[in-house]
Design a binder for this molecule. Structure first.
Ligand SMILES: [Fe+2]
Length: 185
């Protein structure tokens, strides 16, 4: 379940309260429980997945993709698997841990593990949103945000796209407020 964290260390854990705060930025957060099927659970617990295993796991959440196609017009999806033994993991994550925007929505359904989105509010204040298994998030195009892993090393998430070419980060140059020590993972 999602957790909202502020620079002074205060936290918000109540889902409706988090959803209301995110709604100011037109961000949608839903709780979609991760699949409970034993095979799906086994795949989610693996450190890495080959292409066939990714497709198999995507099959367990195909109903979500069908819903998003109908409601939002998303066209494609894939699965990203982050773990501690990915070569050049630091370089990969460094593309997204600086404040940026992009011209397509950033839509993620976290199945396992966790990660942190950071957001900038209209008054310039920032907060972190910890997402973990069962969290679906839609960050609209042109929202100032970043993504980081902090102390965690693993995350499996479905990514949904209208057009993958719109998902290149445009860095805004704004500095993150959060010190590495702000969050206890
Ligand atoms: Fe992004």
């Amino acid at each position: 379940m999602a957790r909202m964290i502020f620079p002074d260390g205060k936290e918000l854990k109540d889902l409706p309260a988090i959803q209301n705060r995110l709604a100011r930025l037109n961000i949608t957060l839903r709780h979609w429980p991760a699949p409970a099927d034993e095979r799906a659970k086994a795949l989610m617990k693996q450190k890495s997945l080959n292409d066939a295993e990714k497709e198999e796991l995507l099959g367990f959440v195909q109903n979500r993709f069908e819903q998003l196609k109908r409601e939002m017009g998303y066209q494609t999806r894939d699965m990203v698997v982050i773990h501690e033994d990915i070569p050049n993991l630091g370089d990969m994550l460094a593309k997204f841990d600086k404040i940026h925007t992009h011209s397509d929505d950033e839509v993620r359904y976290i199945l396992d593990g966790q990660g942190y989105f950071g957001f900038v509010e209209p008054d310039g204040k920032q907060f972190l949103l910890e997402v973990s298994g069962g969290d679906y998030i839609n960050v609209p195009a042109n929202t100032e945000h970043w993504f980081e892993m902090r102390g965690c090393t693993r995350c499996k998430a479905v990514r949904y796209f209208i057009d993958t070419s719109g998902w290149t980060p445009n860095y805004t140059g704004r500095e993150r407020e959060f010190a590495e020590t702000t969050v206890t993972t």
